[in-house]
Design a protein around this ligand. Structure first.
Ligand SMILES: [Zn+2]
Ligand SMILES: [Zn+2]
Length: 165
């Protein structure tokens, strides 16, 4: 049986896109301590590290180890080691769980959501607790300014921040 791996490519240039790679493939979620800047609600390209909004799961004709090595090498360059590759493969397997080829997704606070999923969305992410009627990235398509008022606003996150454990 040929090894195949389900993983994320860029679906479109809509809303925010800074990646112009010919084969844009998502890397690890870029989220840091400033999720409002976009790192908490954008995907990023493993090759150029620039962000984009909409991803799509596709089959790659290679094993998860092989794809993880390519993506980890793109991220870390010649310093990449087996541990980096193993961590990337683990992350990819975790993130793809429950999704199918063709699923279009956005990320919010380290969780992926299908763009056609019906709200409301209530969940605790890595940083905050969210209650959203709709996915702000999707609503932005028809109501520009939605992101500035929600995920792009530091107050949105700080008001909903999870208590320290
Ligand atoms: Zn940030
Ligand atoms: Zn790129």
């Amino acid at each position: 049986m040929k090894a195949r791996t389900l993983w994320l490519v860029k679906d479109s240039d809509k809303v925010i896109n800074w990646c112009n790679c010919s084969e844009p493939v998502a890397g690890r979620f870029p989220q840091a301590d400033c999720p409002w800047c976009g790192c908490g609600w954008l995907l990023s390209c493993a090759f150029c590290r620039k962000c984009f909004t909409f991803g799509r799961f596709e089959w790659f004709d290679e094993s998860v180890e092989s794809l993880a090595r390519r993506l980890a090498t793109a991220a870390r360059g010649p310093r990449v080691d087996d541990e980096d590759v193993a961590e990337m493969a683990e992350f990819m397997t975790w993130a793809a769980e429950g999704f199918a080829a063709g699923d279009r997704v956005v990320v919010i606070d380290y969780q992926l959501f299908r763009v056609d999923e019906e709200g409301p969305f209530e969940f605790a992410g890595a940083y905050a607790h969210h209650t959203l009627d709709a996915l702000p990235q999707v609503r932005e398509l028809t109501e520009p300014g939605t992101l500035d008022a929600t995920l792009g606003n530091p107050d949105y996150w700080v008001e909903r921040e999870l208590p320290d454990e």
